[in-house]
Ligand binder design. Sequence first.
Ligand code: TUI
Length: 314
Amino acid sequence: MIKTPLCDLLGIEKPIFQGGMAWIADAGLASAVSNAGGLGIISAMNANADWLRGQICECKRQTDKPFGVNIMLQSPFADGVAKVVVEEKVPVVVTGAGNPAKYMKDWEAADIKVIPVVSSVALARLLQRVGACAVVAEGGESGGHIGDVSTIVLVPQVVDALKIPVIAAGGIADGRQVAAALMLGAVGVQVGTRFLVAKECSVSKEYKKRILKANDLSTIVTGRSMNGAVRCLKTPFSQRFLKAEREGAKPEELARMGAGSLRKAAVDGNYQDGSFMAGEVAGMVKKEQTAQEIVDDLMNGAEACLKGASRWLA
Ligand code: TUI
């Protein structure tokens, strides 16, 4: 069995976070991951406060285990959802795409554990100062909005710079990668792409099909020219976007092109016009499984790997 300080900190059995995937991570997926022993996370990213409250209530009906809410701080609904997590006494809040400083007092008063996602050492330091109880260090292998540093390089530097625990994200879809993250000094991992094909994940069939068909070269990064890098599957939409970027399209034009594209992929399954955000590990995700099967496979694989880790020691 693998147990880390993250398990004690959050009252979970297995040190696995489910990524807070916008338009995708709802109460059904989050409760399934929490029931499997990990930390399920509802994404508030695209949603207003009422929708989030409904999902939190549904999640509480489906599990008595801890779960979290992911708040994208650039969301127009951020202020509203920041209040809902207090009113509903959500145990863990994961934040992304900004600095949650202005909410920290209210969240601390409500005993919420705040875990920001960071993509650099400087941000990690800043958010430790602001009162985070842990951070997710997210490498550029991740799907969706990404920073510039790869997981294998970012995680040990964040671990060295901080006193609080570090959770690794980006490029983690099997037990070997979980073991590697622990070797880098992380006390847990966040997994997104593999949970896209969980049986309990309600993302469109087309999205699941495209993930299952992916190989090692299937993802590309768009938006580098506009300081908004996004990793997604190579599809007609993302190739059109990249071409427009290469031809010097203005940031406003690109923003217009991108608007609504994740919903088109996640909800409508529109292969032509959707943005199928996915991590580089999409090529390693080969079958649809229950959240329990995925969590068990990650942990059993990591345990086997760690048990064998000393075999080359002379
Ligand atoms: O947030 C993410 N990844 C995302 S959000 C998202 S939603 C979306 N919807 C439609 C179109 C595009 C995206 C998809 N993927 N990752 C977490 C993350 N946060 N990575 C890096 C950061 C971050 C960036 C800046 C954290 C803090 C930060 O602070 C900047 C500042 O100056 O405060």
